[in-house]
Write a protein that binds this ligand. Structure first.
Ligand code: ADP
Ligand code: ZN
Length: 291
């Protein structure tokens, strides 16, 4: 049985894991995301000691994920300045000499959900994370979408919810989904952490109105067979029925499909219980080995 390594490279922490080809995880460790020159050698060493046959990396973005891109495997422009133009994939490839699969954190989470989770067996899937940021992983006909770069679906323009005068939290956009509805926007708007606001219906009414705008747009543009919503903010599960109803309202009855008729099974929570990222990275590593 092959030994596969997985990394979920996030802005605050790096999760590393070892698993087999069937994605049984045997070991896992987390280290904080410090500067690359400190953080990357630590991870390389961790995997070197474990003699892996392949590695899968899901990385925070923006990052170059198209193998044809000369910057493939590099983090691009990011607010985490130490990581700008950092080659994240290269050191593992050179030092460990094993196949290394590389994609965005949300694309690998989408893969995890499509192979093991709530969208198991489907080939057109959107995974949305609503956490510190908002991002979407997109699987189309079984392939994770790259194209020019990768989807940046958290930064789509949304319509301001009537009565909400919050100043958008995104440095680039006046009223984008991430700037209006990610965890930090909730915290700034209400002056409390998301989990402290659980009982405040108004918070989740506004929040679900923004999320539904994103979801409706993704449905219209990508035609997914299922939409999986994850990330810390979606721990407020009372939002699911609201997001579903508001999405249908925004679609205005234009699309008639069996999936939309069964909306409770169409817009769903993650099925991997928070492990979609690391399981997706493992699967990415496994696929790289298979190649
Ligand atoms: P990240 O996006 O950094 O990978 P998470 O998906 O855990 O991490 O998202 C973190 C964000 O989710 C924070 O802004 C946090 O306030 C928010 N969050 C975490 N738990 C909850 C909760 N139970 N209810 C609402 N918001 C939450
Ligand atoms: Zn934005």
């Amino acid at each position: 049985m092959a030994k596969i390594g997985a990394i979920e490279a996030g802005g605050t922490k790096m999760v590393m894991a070892i698993g087999d080809e069937k994605s049984n995880i045997s070991e896992r460790e987390e280290i904080p995301t410090t500067e690359p020159k400190e953080c990357i050698p630590k991870m390389v060493e961790w995997f070197r000691l474990r003699n892996i046959d392949a590695l899968g990396i899901g990385a925070f973005g923006p990052t170059a994920v198209n193998p044809k891109d000369p910057r493939f495997g590099h983090i691009l422009i990011t607010p985490k300045t130490a990581w700008i133009n950092c080659d994240l994939r290269g050191p593992f490839l050179r030092e460990l000499n094993v196949p290394v699969g590389y994609d965005t954190d949300v694309n690998v989470a989408c893969l995890g959900e499509a192979v093991f989770g709530a969208a198991k067996g489907l080939s057109n899937v959107i995974y949305v994370t609503i956490g510190t940021g908002i991002g979407a992983g997109v699987m189309i006909e079984g392939n994770l979408l790259h194209g020019m770069l990768h989807a940046e679906a958290g930064h789509i323009h949304v319509e301001r919810v009537p009565g909400d005068d919050f100043k958008c939290n995104c440095p680039y956009h006046d009223c984008c989904l991430e700037g209006m509805a990610a965890g930090p926007a909730i915290e700034k708007r209400w002056g409390k952490k998301g989990y402290e606001l659980a009982g405040n219906d108004k918070v989740w009414d506004i929040e679900s109105s923004y999320i539904a705008q994103g979801v409706a747009t993704y449905i219209l543009c990508y035609s997914p067979q299922k939409i999986v919503l994850g990330g810390g903010v979606m721990k407020q599960e009372q939002m699911f029925p609201q997001v579903r109803q508001k999405t249908l309202k925004l679609l205005g009855g234009y699309l008639v499909t069996p999936e939309l008729d069964d909306i409770d099974n169409y817009i769903v929570p993650a099925g991997c219980g928070g492990d979609q990222g690391i399981l997706g990275s493992l699967e990415l590593g496994r696929r790289e080995l298979e190649k």
